[in-house]
Design a protein around this ligand. Sequence first.
Ligand SMILES: Cc1cc2nc3c(=O)[nH]c(=O)nc-3n(C[C@H](O)[C@H](O)[C@H](O)COP(=O)(O)O)c2cc1C
Length: 247
Amino acid sequence: MQSFPRIAAVELPRVAVPSIDIDSVDIALSTTRSVRRRIAWERPVEREVIEQCIDVATQAPTGLSAEAWRFLILVDPERKARMAEIYRGAFAELGAVRADYARRTGIEPPREKPAHRFLAERMHEMPALILVCSHGRPDAQADTVARQVGFYGSVLPAAWSLMVALRARGIGSTWTSLHLMRERETAAAFGIPDDVTQTVLLPIGYTRDAVLRRATRKPAHQVTFWDDWGTRATTRATEAPTRQPAR
Ligand SMILES: Cc1cc2nc3c(=O)[nH]c(=O)nc-3n(C[C@H](O)[C@H](O)[C@H](O)COP(=O)(O)O)c2cc1C
């Protein structure tokens, strides 16, 4: 078994943990929605603000403290246009794949959303595009769930934190991954080394007239089990949990 060096105990200063404004945190986490249309197209997102958000995002967990995340920011119009071209290629390919699936099976896939097409068509106009990457490749090592979770779990939480940090500063973003259908093409276009894995692409911009609401989601008690899979809590905390069919 691998042994790790012992780490000397560190005495933490006895200061009060700063209190957190729970409402603000909950609002930021609950209203970080995709923003594709309501963007202040002409307003650049300042480099310092992006870096400030990345500094917040990289407080996310990182496996073995490796900090393998890397952020490629595209702001140059030609670079954004190249990324948008790749994204549109993948978008068109996905459309063709879905149409082919429907033809072969007679089953209609979920309908394409106009907002998704809008983003594909206007991506190059977004003030900035952030490609979140990680050093390493999951392919060689991701042969178990534990390793897949270890690999992506060390980078995707930072991507989500980045969206929330941007949201808190009035900057909208969208979690996209379609470009990964063309990962090699993207790597070649931007000089990304072979041993770097691309993850999500966040098109970002200050929001204009955006209304960001909580999404409709199932309540916690419908998606939560207690002590045993399938055991849901009753609505009253004092009652014993009931076993219900698990889904
Ligand atoms: C794994 C994953 C991949 C996604 N890929 C794309 C994408 O390629 N393009 C896109 O426009 N949105 C993409 N989305 C965003 C979803 O479409 C979005 O979450 C959905 O529109 C719900 O909107 P909301 O984020 O405002 O709740 C992706 C989301 C997830 C979780």
